[in-house]
Design a protein around this ligand. Structure first.
Ligand code: 3JN
Length: 336
């Protein structure tokens, strides 16, 4: 089997770390791993397959000979480095929002729209974590019953912000336990024991950028006719985003039919038996690859209404796993 030179850009970040772990766990055919990061991290090492690999600088020249470069280094770095990586011969899978809405860039969830990869021109975008888990759950419902409108509220873990936010939550917990004052710097308010209806920056329309990512990415990936009404909330959870999703379809459905479709869809695990207290939580999803769906029930207040609760590990399916699955799908489709 062919194996590939794989660069991970942003290797020292929370998602970069997860990407390297995911490449190893899924036995992706890596001939050589090239961890890249900012100059300040050059010389540090990452663990890969029982060895230490030295981090090099993410800069011009670093992508010569690289087959595929998986980026999680933020939009500014992607804006500059992704075109350089492509010019140097690599295919780029980018986890930032920098390229997602570019009409020339496929925005891909392998279980949902793998065919979009076929027209790639070097850069492929990984969707936002909240979009990915929502669309994995919506795809089989849309195919069968045509979704018109979605109302979604998210409950997002601090790891979505990165390592500094993980530390802020644990520092606040330690300060609380020690009876010391709680300090906030990453988030504008205390996150411990709290829920902040604010993810990414506020826009002129009153929504946050995170919320508008869910609107626009859903239209690009699944169907431009689907209307999405989102509220994105940060909660004091380390890992795993949860979503309360209300769906209205064009065609009538039964809950039994929805349950069967979701249960058969790749990447979904149903956890739905309230009589036995079976429903997914963020802790159930921690470190797991599946998108978990529970609390399936009809919404009797609208025609063809459905409510569900969808949970997934934001660093896995929401970021690293989806990016690695894109690379695997490129191989399957003979594009890599
Ligand atoms: O906050 C979360 O839970 C997810 C965060 C995603 C994120 C954070 C900073 C910048 C993104 C993203 O993936 O959309 C970006 C960005 O690239 O815009």
């Amino acid at each position: 089997m062919k194996s590939y030179k794989v660069a991970v850009v942003g290797a020292m970040g929370a998602v970069g770390h997860e990407m390297i772990k995911t490449l190893e766990q899924r036995n992706f055919p890596v001939a050589e791993l090239i961890p890249l990061d900012v100059a300040a991290n050059v010389g540090k090492t990452v663990r890969f397959k029982n060895g230490d690999v030295t981090v090099k600088e993410a800069a011009k020249g670093a992508f010569v000979g690289v087959d595929i470069a998986i980026f999680s280094a933020g939009g500014d770095a992607s804006a500059i480095l992704a075109p350089i990586a492509v010019a140097e011969g690599a295919i780029v899978v980018d986890n930032s929002s920098q390229w997602r809405m570019d009409p020339a860039v496929p925005l891909v969830i392998p279980e949902v729209n793998p065919q979009a990869l076929d027209s790639h021109k070097g850069i492929i975008a990984n969707p936002n974590c909240s979009t990915i888990q929502m669309l994995v759950a919506l795809k089989p419902i849309h195919d069968a019953f045509k979704i018109k409108r979605v109302v979604v509220s998210t409950y997002q873990a601090v790891s979505g912000t990165g390592g500094k936010a993980i530390k802020e939550l644990s520092d606040q917990a330690k300060a609380f336990a020690a009876g010391k004052p709680i300090e906030a710097s990453v988030y504008p308010r205390q996150i411990l024991f709290n829920a902040l209806p604010h993810i990414d920056v506020f826009l002129d329309n009153g929504y946050t950028k995170e919320e508008m990512k869910m609107v626009n990415e859903t239209k690009k990936i699944l169907d431009p006719s689907i209307e999405v009404s989102p509220t994105a909330v940060r909660v004091a959870v380390y890992r795993g985003h949860s979503e309360s999703i209300n769906v209205q379809t064009e065609k009538p459905f039964t809950i039994a039919a929805v349950r069967e479709l979701l249960g058969a869809f790749p990447g979904i695990k149903l956890m739905d038996d309230p009589s036995k207290l079976v429903y997914p939580t963020a802790l159930d999803a921690d470190g797991r690859d599946e998108t978990f769906v529970g609390r399936l029930r009809a919404d009797p207040t609208v025609p063809n209404g459905l409510n569900m609760w969808v949970v997934s590990d934001n660093l896995r399916k929401g970021a690293a796993l989806n990016a690695v699955q894109i690379a695997e799908t490129l191989i399957e489709r003979k594009l890599l």
